[in-house]
Design a protein around this ligand. Structure first.
Ligand code: DGL
Length: 271
């Protein structure tokens, strides 16, 4: 049952459970605000789907979060940020919620990573194919050299609580980047921070750029630069967590990261 409330929240959306790590980091930095999380656990992974499907899924998620009174939405999913965000901002937002905002994770991550060259990008197939990281990195530093590596097996490992099997797969994905002597590697997917320590062990000389360490400060900075947005957000320290499928793995993760905050079921696609 949905209940009408007057809170104006920050929404965080991801295709699955990975975005919870980002939410946890954001909440740590900015605990005062009210947050609502949506993980599309029923339809994860997005990373190997068509652009049309990724846009549709993202639009439905954004729609859900706006109806739950989000004033600001962070699209934590890199795939959705890379493939669908611009269209959401240009077409959907002016039509339905012109005084609200949807932000992505690609640009703030590129801002942190552009000083490393050559830089590697580890991401899903769709994010790599979109060229979004390359485009944003080159806008910030036209001389930067970027090498991309898609890593389609990592999201299923994380979603299935099977990261103990990740090492040989990670070795394989990292090897072409390490051969190019990259100075930094962007973990360009919400799920990869869960593999951060394994990645650091395999690439000890390389700066690992992980969004849970980047986005909270960028959001704080955004709210400072947009005080009119900050004023509209309610501050009661509330957290609501929604998923489209109550999988066992996400229940365990949500409990360990957010204590007793109850996971609720979301139905998407109802306009
Ligand atoms: N959450 C997505 C991202 O950050 C990856 C997972 C997926 O493929 O759905 O790119």
């Amino acid at each position: 049952m949905t209940r009408k409330d007057n809170y104006m929240k920050i929404g965080v959306f991801d295709s699955g459970l990975g975005g919870l790590i980002l939410l946890k980091a954001i909440v740590k930095k900015l605990p005062q605000y009210d947050y609502i999380y949506l993980g599309d656990t029923q339809r994860v992974p997005y990373g190997n789907r068509s652009q049309t499907t990724i846009y549709e899924f993202t639009r439905e998620a954004v729609d859900f979060l706006f109806k739950k009174n989000c004033q600001l939405i962070i699209v934590a999913c890199n795939t959705a940020s890379a493939v669908a965000l611009r269209r959401i901002q240009r077409e959907y937002l002016p039509k339905y919620y012109s005084n609200r905002r949807v932000l992505g994770v690609i640009i703030p991550t590129a801002e942190t990573a552009a000083k490393f060259s050559p830089v590697g990008v580890l991401a899903t197939e769709s994010t790599v194919n979109s060229g979004a990281f390359v485009r944003e990195l080159k806008k910030l530093n036209p001389k930067v050299t970027v090498y991309q590596q898609s890593a389609p097996l990592l999201v299923p490992l994380v979603e299935n609580n099977a990261i103990k099997w990740a090492k040989p797969i990670l070795k394989d994905y990292l090897s072409p980047l390490l051969k190019r002597k990259v100075k930094g590697i962007i973990l360009g997917c919400t799920h990869y921070p869960l593999l951060k320590s394994q990645i650091k062990n395999l690439a000890p000389e390389v700066k690992i750029i992980s969004q849970d360490e980047v986005i909270p400060a960028k959001l704080a900075d955004y709210l400072k630069r947009h005080p009119e947005m900050g004023r509209q957000l309610s501050r009661n320290g509330r957290r609501e967590l929604y998923v489209t499928d109550l999988t066992e793995n996400i229940q365990v993760k949500a409990k360990s990261w957010f204590g007793e905050a109850k996971l609720r079921l979301a139905k998407l696609g109802q306009r």
